[in-house]
Design a protein. Sequence first.
Length: 319
Amino acid sequence: MATPASPSSLTFTHMNVNGLSSQREKRKDIFNFLRTYHPSDIYGLVDTRFQKKQMKSIRMEWGGEIRYSNNVEQASRGVLLSFKRNFDKNKIGHTVSFDHGNIILQEIVLRSTRLLLVLVYGPNEDSPHFYELLGDAIRTFMKNHEIDALILQGDWNLTISPTEDTTGYRNNNNNGRAREKLILLMEELDLHDIWRELNPGTRRYTFKQKNIVSQSDVSSPTYKQGRLDFFLISGNLLPYVTSCCINYGHRSDHNSISLTIDILNFRRGKGLWKFNTDLIKDPEFLERINERILDTQIEYACIPYSRQFIKECDSYQRQ
């Protein structure tokens, strides 16, 4: 049984639950399992497959605040944020959800610190467009709200480093184009795969499924496994992480994962830098930037390797 975090900490637990919509007994069992063995402040559940008409009952069954995004077209996908029963409602800020059941963005307000918690259920197919939409959603939220740090969690249905984080897959570059988009987003927003940074070189997986092996392909591995579930956090949160764990699962082919941050000792820095994209439509701004780029090129040009360019720059300076 997990030990509850200290009063100054905030603990997040994530799990792919493989569907809870039509099985009330399974819902009760999963909810009790999470509270008992992985006590946390905020739980992120994906692949819930709930329908909107169920949500009042789900809230009562959980016994605390919830936020959710369901697929409006059918009982598939679905993500759910569940807060522990005594979680202060005043700490639950703005919520943005979508009707496809894959993403929910939740502001968490803790004294002077504002976190953006993003719960993600990545598509099974190689969909770079999904991660473009995810990036757009985060940028829009940050443009409209002052955010100090980001925490993204979910079942991404891909791995950051396939050589370290998968085994038994026939295609080791599973969802490669989507991975490239996610890595670009990580670089842009200074996001870190915190479990991997705490456990360099370690092989642990959060997903395990038996391979369908034909009689003619007896050499295939019996199981495929991957670390598909992980947290991505802002660099300014790294010093305050006290633990990040891969737990065991329950009634699912995914393990749960947990992250604990000593959030009340978090010190605000300069915040997350945001470029004002409206500036790229400003002709005066673009002209100034182009002039500054050319001035910098002139300053650092190397004569032996770009004589023609130097002549052009000299002509430019004399104008």
